[in-house]
Design a protein around this ligand. Structure first.
Ligand code: ASP
Length: 438
């Protein structure tokens, strides 16, 4: 198994998991998969989440201290945020254009509408309530939320990544300010810690092919009524075509700005993409994204350590594209007319909603409520609207998470190039990661 590149191993695991899931569903083996196979996938996701916080802290501190000069950090920070916003606006524009051309909402029959809204009413209601909780905050609340009151409390919850990044950036800058001599013991400590955690990522990835087998088999056996997929095929296809165009867009800008070929980029990042697909969570994928961007795409730690964790939290191109398509689809299906101004509002709110979406499964759908409310969609119809798209949300979540992660890697490469921190990859082959174990 070692000889095969990691992405092929993971891909084989995924296909095996899907086939096994389909086969065992025929024999009513759902509980066998849930009891005996799914836990392997859950353990794998837990392991990845386990190292996310230490990895962010160690690599960001090391990254900032390597910069030697604070002005470089503000250059990286500024470029990162601007590029993230630009790519997200492009994603939303692609989504809006496609949904207006294909008009999937007008292709759905009255009977299917009723069937869907009945079948998923209560699930949709829960999402609407979750969104209301998020919304009852003021406009600057997101800034307040970024500043933790207690570092350990913040680091104790993976959802607080921005808080931890905030603390770590100030910590790293202060280390620069006290000068090399005094900071040296800390720099050495975090340097060592960072190396150890990157090695832990390699070790955890050893079980990736088996874990994705387990994750996909359990997604298949837990999928409810596959017939409903057909009714929503045009809508799903619109999202998938949009996401596909985003991949083409990323490959083009990477080639144009960094000169790296599409095959170089895809070979480097594909294991992270496959994990994003299998876990539906950019937060869980983050350690692998960071490792691949740094060691296989050649972006130096100073950039990776900031761009990737911030991207996992706020840059969600796939999610924003999906939110734009889903909002217009729901309006088309329920005959709610949208003006040009409404479509512009969708651009702005999908940008904000994708920034506000947590990097966990299903978060994009919760924040979709905010987009719908911004265009004046009637409150009493929100649950019906969400019920329409509920059935295909998981597979679309898997696909949009791939784009979210690819977008972060793309921006890391662009920013790396812009600030002179894009070199050659440290590791070329998957086996190189284990040279010292042999
Ligand atoms: N699952 C997505 C992510 O983690 C967020 C979403 O669109 O639901 O990136």
């Amino acid at each position: 198994m070692r000889k095969l590149a990691l992405h092929w191993q993971i891909l084989m695991g995924m296909i095996g998991g899907i086939l096994f899931g389909l086969l065992i569903s025929q024999f009513g083996g759902k509980s066998f998969v849930v009891d005996w196979i799914k836990p392997i996938g859950t353990i794998f996701i837990n392991l990845l989440k386990l190292i996310a916080m230490p990895l962010i802290i160690a690599s960001l501190i090391k990254g900032i201290s390597d910069l030697k000069d604070i002005s470089k950090f503000s250059r990286i920070g500024g470029r990162t945020i601007i590029t993230y916003i630009l790519t997200t606006v492009i994603a939303i524009t692609i989504g809006l254009t496609l949904v207006n051309i294909i008009q999937p909402g007008n292709l759905i029959g009255q009977e299917t509408l009723e069937e869907l809204s009945k079948a998923y009413a209560s699930d949709a209601e829960t999402r609407v309530n979750n969104a209301q909780n998020q919304k009852s905050k003021g406009p600057l609340q997101f800034l307040v939320d970024m500043v933790p009151q207690n570092f350990f409390a913040a680091a104790g919850n993976n959802r607080n990544m921005l808080q931890v990044i905030f603390f770590t950036v100030i910590f790293g800058i202060s280390m620069l300010l006290i000068g090399d001599k005094k900071a040296k013991p800390l720099v050495d400590f975090f340097d060592g810690l960072n190396e150890v955690i990157l090695k832990m990522v390699d070790l955890i990835m050893l079980i990736a092919p088996y874990a994705v087998f387990a994750l996909l088999a359990s997604i298949i056996v837990e999928t409810t009524n596959p017939d409903i997929f057909k009714a929503l095929a045009w809508y799903a296809l619109t999202v998938v075509i949009g996401l596909g165009l985003m991949i083409v867009f990323y490959l083009t800008i990477v080639f144009f700005f960094t000169g790296k070929s599409p095959s170089f980029f895809l070979r480097g990042i594909s294991p992270a993409q496959l994990l994003a697909f299998s876990t539906s969570s950019s937060a869980a994928t983050l350690p692998v994204t960071m490792e691949r961007v740094e060691e296989h795409l050649g972006v130096e730690k100073e950039v990776t350590s900031f761009v990737c964790p911030v991207g996992a939290t706020i840059n969600m191109d796939g999610t924003s594209l999906y939110q734009a398509v889903a909002a217009v689809f729901i309006c088309q299906a329920l005959d709610y007319d949208l003006s040009f101004g409404d479509q512009l509002t969708i651009v702005l709110t999908a940008l904000l909603a994708s920034i506000g979406s947590a990097a966990v499964p299903g978060a994009g759908m919760v924040m979709l409520v905010i987009v719908l409310e911004a265009i004046g969609f009637p409150k009493e119809m929100l649950a019906v609207g969400l019920a329409l798209i509920f059935a295909v949300d998981r597979p679309l979540d898997m696909c949009r998470t791939v784009i979210n992660v690819t977008g972060d890697a793309t921006v890391a490469m662009l920013v790396g190039k812009a600030v002179g921190k894009l070199g050659s990859p440290k590791v070329k082959n998957w086996d190189d990661n284990y040279a010292e174990l042999k």
